[in-house]
Design a protein around this ligand. Structure first.
Ligand code: SF4
Length: 199
């Protein structure tokens, strides 16, 4: 669906974030409904993508969606290629983080899950439930969990803050991270880059 580099609010340090297109989990007030469609927008070669990410030397890699585990076979290939097949050979000093709408008990049933977990430091897991909204970590609602891999490149303090970024791109503005709402703070920040929100 897209790539963002750098982002400092979706993963540790300067993170390279990729969004995989397609999600059928239907959370109410999903922040990214344009990611739901399964219509192919762009086919990406996993090895070319991995090479491009490594060339940017990010501190960490963040994989989001859509729902990344709906493409778990190419996701595993991508992660293996990035690590040269060795989970201890992570090219990112501050690790790999995945946002998934699946709960751990659902992930465990997936064929590639255990192998993917070897290449991942933490998964933010579970549907977004707007009635249980929380604001104190990379978890967005209190029903979600952090699933830690064996590797410990990401620390708890790396996932304890929520913030948001407004990224100015040639084609427009991108709002990413964890904006509380279209509150006064965001409206004021947008005004600084010349964008006025009208009711
Ligand atoms: S799992 Fe994520 S992308 Fe899918 S509907 Fe829920 S919040 Fe949106």
């Amino acid at each position: 669906m897209g790539e963002t580099f750098p982002t400092t609010v979706n993963g540790p340090g300067k993170s390279y974030m990729i969004h995989l297109q397609g999600c059928n989990l239907g959370c109410k007030q999903c922040f990214n409904p344009e990611s739901w469609s399964f219509k192919i927008k762009k086919n990406v070669n996993t090895e070319e993508l991995a090479d491009r990410i490594i060339a940017h030397a990010p501190d960490s890699l963040t994989i989001s969606g859509g729902e990344p585990f709906l493409q778990s076979a190419p996701l595993l290939h991508f992660l293996k290629y990035l690590h040269g097949g060795d989970p201890n050979n992570c090219p990112f000093p501050r690790g790999v983080l995945i946002y998934s709408g699946f709960y751990e008990e659902e992930l465990i049933k997936m064929t590639e899950y255990q192998e993917i977990l070897q290449y991942v430091d933490v998964i933010v897991s579970g549907r977004f439930d707007v009635s249980k909204r929380v604001y104190d970590s990379l978890i967005s609602s209190s029903n979600q969990n952090l699933v830690w891999g064996k590797r410990k490149l990401i620390k708890e303090e790396d996932v304890c803050n929520q913030s948001y970024e407004i990224i100015v791109e040639e084609t427009g503005l991108k709002l990413t991270g964890f904006p509380h709402e279209w509150n006064k703070e965001i409206i004021k920040d947008l005004k600084l880059v010349g964008v006025e929100i009208k009711n």
